[in-house]
Write a protein that binds this ligand. Structure first.
Ligand SMILES: NC(=O)c1ccc[n+]([C@@H]2O[C@H](COP(=O)([O-])OP(=O)(O)OC[C@H]3O[C@@H](n4cnc5c(N)ncnc54)[C@H](OP(=O)(O)O)[C@@H]3O)[C@@H](O)[C@H]2O)c1
Length: 445
């Protein structure tokens, strides 16, 4: 490696432009911090003419991002384009094949191909680093790989998607409907024009798959993450949650059960208002690690945006410049265990929940307001050995059609499978007018 660290940046969007601006405008800081100069030699983006808001005089623009991978004057390629396939994948693969280090913020790429790419990098003695891929500006990857390396991690819990958290916290505090808040989030730039990646939980699942690999020493297994998003959450759900002293947040959880099996899920969940995670509002992220001997530790901060994400990318640049090097997943990629994935040849797929887990549940039903309906519902619950903690018919009109009213039930602790079976049976009742909506209530363990 030359005395100067020569950098190529692919992608000059929200993240890439801020990384480039920092490296150019604060060059002295990086020289001081790293003990050597860090210089951008080339960049790539789709539009060569687009103004990026700062001068890139003396920096080559490559119309073909893949050309960055084979330039003789490049030590490290910063892949800040995005996407699990296409140019981002080809660029990272090409850079590693050509002996270039890679830094990326691309969680989709790593959730899908991280294991193979990490193995490639390690076999070639190269760095593949991705602090920015999970929780943006919060240094959760460094924490897991370094600060918590002496712990047996048992569980990682997180609010991992700022867009969902923004939408849910505005719904909570401003008593508004999902679609209305989503439209506003799109106008404010908190949500993409096509928001499905965020609101359907896929982005959070990518991040959870990466954290699971780092925390539990398994190859990332996106297929093994059970995913439910936030599209079906209504203002009324939020109001009903409040009546129960709770709010709703999209939570990612991965844990090692007593049998050693690892379960991972992204799902909306009722959180007691007094819990720490319920207080995470707006586009913030929060991640809690539980393990021994530490007990539990939670970190909170900005999970996305130009500044937060650039901060994480730049930390990887400084590490590389200083010669600090660690495997992507904390341990050598070839030592990661397979077996947390439905795509492997295991006879039993990984369970979404730890097999023994019991949770309280919130169930919302839309029913005809007539005698006998509640008796039918409670009979079904009894048939599945589910005991009811509360039953409520809120005065809020559901939609006023045909005398339909909401019924809100909460259960005592019960296996999620039993609730699924009971609500499937309820849905068959003639008096039940819509698919029951179910949310778990946070067990907090
Ligand atoms: N934004 C965040 O808050 C955030 C947070 C954490 C992680 N990340 C990750 O960071 C990465 C970048 O995200 P972003 O938000 O910065 O994306 P973005 O704003 O959409 O920027 C993407 C950049 O890639 C360039 N690009 C697209 N296709 C290209 C191609 N074929 N060749 C060369 N350049 C190409 C675009 O060029 P033009 O500008 O010319 O169109 C643009 O500069 C993604 O992996 C994302 O998941 C983002």
């Amino acid at each position: 490696m030359s005395k100067v660290l020569n950098v190529a940046i692919a992608g000059l969007g929200t993240v890439g432009a801020e990384v480039a601006r920092q490296l150019i405008e604060n060059a002295d800081h990086f020289t001081h911090q790293s003990g050597r100069a860090v210089r951008i030699v080339a960049v790539s983006a789709r539009d060569a003419e687009k103004a990026r808001g700062f001068s890139m005089a003396g920096v080559d623009f490559c119309a073909d991002a893949l050309a960055l991978a084979s330039r003789e004057d490049v030590d490290v390629v910063l892949e800040l384009i995005g996407g699990e396939a296409g140019v981002a994948y080809d660029l990272v693969l090409g850079a590693l094949k050509n002996g270039r280090h890679v830094i990326t913020a691309n969680k989709a790429l790593l959730a899908h191909h991280g294991h193979a790419l990490a193995q490639m990098a390690e076999e070639a003695g190269l760095t593949l680093a991705a602090e920015a891929s999970v929780a943006g500006g919060i240094p959760v990857i460094k924490m897991l790989k370094e600060s918590l390396a002496g712990n047996q991690i048992t569980r990682i819990t997180g609010i991992l998607n700022g867009t969902c958290n923004y939408i849910l916290s505005v719904m909570q505090h401003e008593h508004r409907e999902f679609a209305d808040v989503l439209a506003e989030a799109q106008k404010l730039g908190y949500a993409e024009a096509d928001p499905s990646f965020d609101i359907d939980g896929i982005d959070a699942a990518h991040k959870l798959a990466i954290l699971a690999a780092m925390g539990f020493g398994t190859a990332p297994a996106l297929d093994a993450v059970a995913v439910r998003g936030i599209r079906d959450i209504t203002r009324m759900d939020m109001e009903n949650a409040r009546d129960l002293g709770c709010t709703i947040r999209l939570l990612g959880e991965v844990e090692r059960g007593d049998s050693g099996a690892i379960s991972a899920e992204i799902r909306p969940i009722l959180l007691p208002l007094e819990s720490g995670l319920a207080k995470i509002d707006g586009a913030l992220n929060a991640v809690s690690f539980a393990g021994a001997p530490i007990g539990a530790v939670t970190v909170v901060g900005p999970g996305a945006g130009a500044g937060a994400t650039a901060s994480a990318v730049l930390a990887d640049v400084v590490d590389l410049a200083m010669g600090r090097h660690s495997p992507l997943f904390g341990v050598p990629a070839k030592s990661l265990k397979q077996g947390n994935s439905k795509t492997t040849n295991l006879s039993a797929p990984t369970p979404a929940h730890p097999p023994g887990r019991m949770e309280k549940h919130f169930i919302r039903l839309k029913v005809y307001d007539r005698p006998g309906v509640l008796a039918d519902i409670t009979a079904i619950l009894r048939g599945h050995d589910i005991s009811v903690e509360s039953i409520n018919q809120p005065s809020r009109a559901e939609d006023g059609v045909n005398g339909a009213v909401p019924v809100i039930l909460t259960t005592h602790e019960v296996k999620p499978k039993a609730v699924a079976a009971a609500t499937a049976e309820m849905a068959e009742l003639e008096a039940v007018l819509a698919e029951p909506v179910i949310f778990p209530i946070y067990h907090g363990a």
